[in-house]
Write a protein that binds this ligand. Structure first.
Ligand SMILES: [Mg+2]
Length: 337
């Protein structure tokens, strides 16, 4: 039976994460993690929820895009008992002190994490020191990845990452401009002898970009993003292409609600497409989950399959009210400081 959409609301929700440097990297020194949040009402009482992740002012554009991108719902019927392997980015944001890095690494190891990502790209000597510190903390058998958030040109990326080869990163993420496909191919070729792959995709806006990256052997890890690509369907096309090229998919997550959304896509990939966990893991960032009605559940560094129907992107009404920009209580306080 067909039902009509009778109402659509879009709200600008922002979290002041910059106050504690959560999310800081080489390109975003004071990010406020934000979302354009859409609720659809239908004439039968069913509701649809969707969001797209932005960094503060990006919401002003994201408000238009979300309605198209994320209101398709997907339910994964088959549950995986052991969960899907995850890695953590929460230990090593660029703005954290050494003391904070050590404490967070030590806590994460105690909770069972074995895969860690470190932000790099602002200062080479600082990167060498921080990466060595983290490698020392996590030991030789844990996995370490590095992420430059597009900071370098091609030659600089190759020379910078070569200097970091001693900490044995599995991948360098976003080494250069995200649409420089041939640049990524050159970096991939140069770093292959060092055993370092190139990971990218969180800024790729459609399947054609991914097609060319794969055709040019310009990436070794595909990082789909549930909000950057327009809709679930576009993401599924990328999963199928990655399978054809036998390149592992390791989704981008974090931000606002990205972990909640992308867990569905990677479980679909495992259950219906790849059936392979080698070199595969999904990013996890331990912020802002408490604002969702069905937050992602992590056990022993694995995403546990969501048990509620839908795409896990319904936010708590109280959270939306408090964080709506600029009228919510949180922003009224910040603006009046
Ligand atoms: Mg990244």
């Amino acid at each position: 039976m067909l039902h009509k959409i009778i109402n659509l609301t879009v709200r600008d929700v922002r979290f002041p994460t910059s106050l504690e440097q959560h999310g800081s990297d080489a390109m975003h020194t004071d990010p406020d993690y934000s979302a354009a949040y859409v609720v659809l009402d239908t004439d039968c009482g069913l509701k649809g929820f969707g969001l797209t992740f932005t960094l503060g002012k990006g919401t002003e554009i994201g408000k238009i895009y979300t309605g198209v991108a994320n209101c398709l719902e997907v339910t994964i019927d088959q549950m995986l008992k052991e969960g899907y392997p995850a890695y953590t980015t929460s230990c090593a944001w660029l703005g954290y002190s050494d003391q904070q890095l050590k404490q967070l690494c030590s806590d994460a190891l105690k909770s069972g994490w074995t895969r860690f990502k470190v932000k790099v790209g602002a200062d080479l000597e600082d990167d060498i020191r921080r990466c060595c510190l983290i490698r020392q903390m996590i030991g030789p058998s844990s996995t370490l990845m590095i992420d430059a958030n597009q900071r370098w040109d091609v030659a600089e990326a190759i020379s910078w990452v070569s200097r970091l080869a001693e900490v044995k990163p599995l991948w360098i993420e976003e080494p250069t401009s995200p649409d420089d496909i041939l640049g990524h191919a050159a970096i991939s070729k140069a770093l292959a002898p060092l055993g370092i792959g190139v990971a990218t995709g969180e800024q790729c806006h459609n399947r054609v970009m991914f097609k060319q990256f794969l055709q040019a052997s310009a990436l070794q890890f595909v990082q789909i993003d549930s909000c950057r690509l327009g809709s679930v369907n576009e993401n599924l096309a990328v999963l199928l292409m990655a399978h054809k090229f036998q390149v592992p998919v390791c989704p981008h997550a974090g931000g606002v609600g990205l972990c909640e959304l992308v867990q569905h896509l990677i479980l679909f990939d495992y259950i219906c497409v790849s059936a392979d966990l080698r070199n595969r893991m999904c990013e996890y960032v331990d912020h802002l989950h408490e604002h969702f009605t069905s937050p992602a559940v992590i056990q022993d560094a694995h995403y546990m399959p969501p048990k509620d129907p839908g795409y896990s992107c319904e936010m708590l009404e109280a959270s939306v009210n408090r964080h709506e920009y600029p009228e919510g209580d949180i922003w009224k306080l910040e603006i009046n400081k």
